[in-house]
Design a protein around this ligand. Structure first.
Ligand code: 5GP
Length: 126
């Protein structure tokens, strides 16, 4: 359900193609619920994307439409990736863009994990 102003789920989006193994990615974690891989254009020394395996356009769509098991499994996977990469200390940032005003580019829900240096203010001014 496209609840965030985005169009219906497009199964040809780049993350759907990564999930199907049609295009390569640098994978760091996979389980029943989620896949994590390095961002192709990293904005910090560590920049990993975690995506659910189901077809959800955005966080809004995911939290409205996914089952409780998918939601719990996904967020546990996000936490496991951060732990596996040793990011609990000195910390990391979780970020999810939702819809046009956020600048969301890829219409498959994803959480960015950013780390590896002090990340500065949350948003650029402007
Ligand atoms: P958004 O702006 O949608 O929150 O973030 C999309 C992210 O996906 C961007 O950080 C962008 O660099 C990344 N990205 C786009 N295409 C690819 C790709 O083909 N492979 C990987 N690994 N990351 C991608």
């Amino acid at each position: 359900m496209p609840v965030s102003g985005l169009p219906p789920y497009d199964p040809t989006n780049v993350f759907a193609r990564i999930l199907r193994g049609e295009i390569p990615s640098s994978r760091v974690f996979e389980d029943e619920w989620a896949l994590a891989f390095h961002d192709i254009a990293p904005q910090a020394p560590v920049h990993v994307l975690v995506i659910p395996k189901g077809p959800y356009v955005s966080a809004a769509d995911f939290h409205a439409s996914a089952s409780d098991a998918e939601i719990a499994g996904f967020w546990r996977a996000v936490n496991r990736v951060a732990k596996q990469l040793g990011l609990d200390e000195p910390g990391h940032r979780l970020l999810a863009n939702v819809g046009p005003d956020s600048g969301q580019e890829v219409p498959h829900f994803h959480v960015h994990i950013l780390a590896g240096r002090p990340l500065g203010p949350m948003l650029a001014r402007g």
